[in-house]
Structure formats: structure tokens, C-alpha cells
Design a protein around this ligand. Structure first.
Ligand SMILES: NC(=O)c1ccc[n+]([C@@H]2O[C@H](COP(=O)([O-])OP(=O)(O)OC[C@H]3O[C@@H](n4cnc5c(N)ncnc54)[C@H](OP(=O)(O)O)[C@@H]3O)[C@@H](O)[C@H]2O)c1
Length: 212
């Protein structure tokens, strides 16, 4: 498949790019600078485009089967850019005639009980709250894009470096944790779940997650 990927230089994005390339897909990494690109992007096509430049972003993604995003704000102060970028990605997808949008989401919007999202739990860590609330706002923007086949794919609560285990669980809407109450996934397994969703859509117009 032809995959356009925003946020391809990030910790999650570079793993998604690597996994997709290793599976034989064509990946266009849409970056704001081509200085210091991570080695995981070897083999990707690199296109420089600012996310707030609608025409440049549309031109960068035109002709791809899927627009994927692992965009992440640099700080809690800029967390609300998750919504800005959601609007920019939706506009570019529409202008480029791409129906399928798969974005890295936030676990805070997953349900820990019917009607109760993780971010609303009393013990939700304060350090992540602004990101989680901003991600929920962005989810609302994707939900309103009824003409697009979007997926808001949240990692487990904890995502980080580690060996690929090659197995994980996925679910729509529901927060996943293991028997010890840990919600974890390593970058390569999350990337595998994300690229699985690109290849075989399972959670269209839904929030979904992958965890051990
Ligand atoms: N448990 C969870 O729910 C959970 C955990 C972790 C992450 N996440 C989600 O995943 C996202 C990505 O995480 P990450 O750890 O991979 O983040 P990261 O390493 O900080 O990567 C962020 C990516 O966004 C890009 N970016 C930032 N500002 C940009 C701008 N103004 N224009 C264009 N690109 C810009 C960065 O590009 P540059 O290289 O050019 O800066 C980079 O590619 C997070 O923000 C969050 O939404 C969720």
C-alpha cells in the first residue's frame, strides 16, 4: 500500500514507518525538516511539508491509499495542537481524496468501565492529564468527520522501547490491562498493530487500542 505518514520522525512514528517498510509498503514520511532523520526511515520517501500549509500538505499526501499520523505535541502547553492537527489532516485527506485516516490516539479516552473513560478516573496521573484531555478533543474532531474512514488507535497506557513479543490484544473502546493491572506495549508491537489496522481495517470510525 501507499502510506503517507505524518509524525514519522517521532518515537512511535519511526517504528510505524519501519514496520510498514519491512512489510513491503511504500511509505512517504511527511516531515517538517529532513535534518537528522532516524535510521528507521531508510527506504521511505521523504517530503517536507508544514502541517499548517494546507496546499503543501495536500500535495504531499495526494495519491496515497492511507493518511497515517503519529503526530505528538512537544509539551503540555501545546497539547491542544492535537485538535488543530486533526482538523488539518482531515482537510488534507478530503482535498487529496483519501478516505482512510489512521492516527495514533490517546489511551485516556478508553473506557475503564461502561461510560467511564480512563482520563476521568480520580487517580489519573496529573502529568498526562492535559495530553489526555487534548487527545479526547481531537477524537471528537475525528468523530465529526463522517465522510472519512478514520481510526483513533490508542497505545496501551505505557508504551516504550522493548523487544517485539509478536503477540498483543486489541479492542475497540475498552482500556486493556493484564492480570497484574498493567497496561503496556512495546513500540514494535504497537507499530505491528497499527500497520495491521492499515492493511486490514477492523476499527473504522472507532477508538481502538493494542496492549499485552
Ligand atoms: N498511552 C498513550 O495514550 C500514549 C503514549 C505515548 C504517546 N501517545 C500519543 O502518540 C503521540 C506520539 O508520541 P511519540 O512518543 O511518538 O511523540 P514524539 O516522539 O514526541 O514524536 C512527535 C512527532 O510529532 C512531530 N511534530 C511535533 N510537532 C510538529 C509540528 N509542529 N509539525 C510537524 N510535526 C511535528 C515530531 O516531528 P519532529 O521530529 O519534527 O519534532 C515527531 O515526528 C503522542 O503525542 C500522543 O498523542 C499516546
Amino acid at each position: 500500500m501507499n502510506i503517507a505518514l505524518v509524525g514519522a520522525t517521532g518515537k512511535i512514528g519511526r517504528q510505524i514507518a519501519r514496520t510498514a517498510l519491512d512489510r513491503g509498503h511504500s511509505v512517504t514520511a511527511v516531515v517538517r525538516s529532513d535534518a537528522n532523520l532516524p535510521p528507521e526511515l531508510d527506504g521511505a520517501r521523504i517530503v517536507i511539508a508544514a502541517l499548517d500549509d494546507h496546499d503543501a500538505l495536500t500535495a504531499a499526501v495526494r495519491g496515497h491509499d492511507v493518511l497515517a499520523s503519529a503526530y505528538g505535541p512537544a509539551s503540555p502547553e501545546t497539547a491542544s495542537t492535537l485538535s488543530t492537527v486533526a482538523t488539518q489532516l482531515i482537510a488534507a485527506a478530503r482535498a487529496a481524496g483519501i478516505r482512510r485516516l489512521v492516527v495514533v490516539g490517546g489511551a485516556g479516552s478508553l473506557e475503564i468501565a461502561p461510560g467511564l473513560q480512563l482520563v476521568d478516573a480520580p487517580d489519573f496521573p496529573a502529568a498526562y492529564k492535559s495530553f489526555a484531555l487534548a487527545a479526547r478533543d481531537a477524537l471528537g474532531i475525528y468523530r465529526s468527520a463522517e465522510d472519512l474512514d478514520w481510526t483513533f488507535y490508542a497505545p496501551a497506557a505505557e508504551i516504550g522501547p522493548g523487544e517485539a513479543r509478536g503477540h498483543f490484544r486489541t479492542a475497540a473502546k475498552t482500556f486493556l490491562s493484564d492480570a497484574q493491572g498493567h497496561s503496556q506495549i512495546h513500540y514494535p508491537d504497537y507499530a505491528a498493530a497499527f500497520v495491521d489496522e492499515i492493511e486490514r481495517p477492523q476499527y473504522v470510525r472507532e477508538i481502538a487500542t493494542a496492549a499485552y
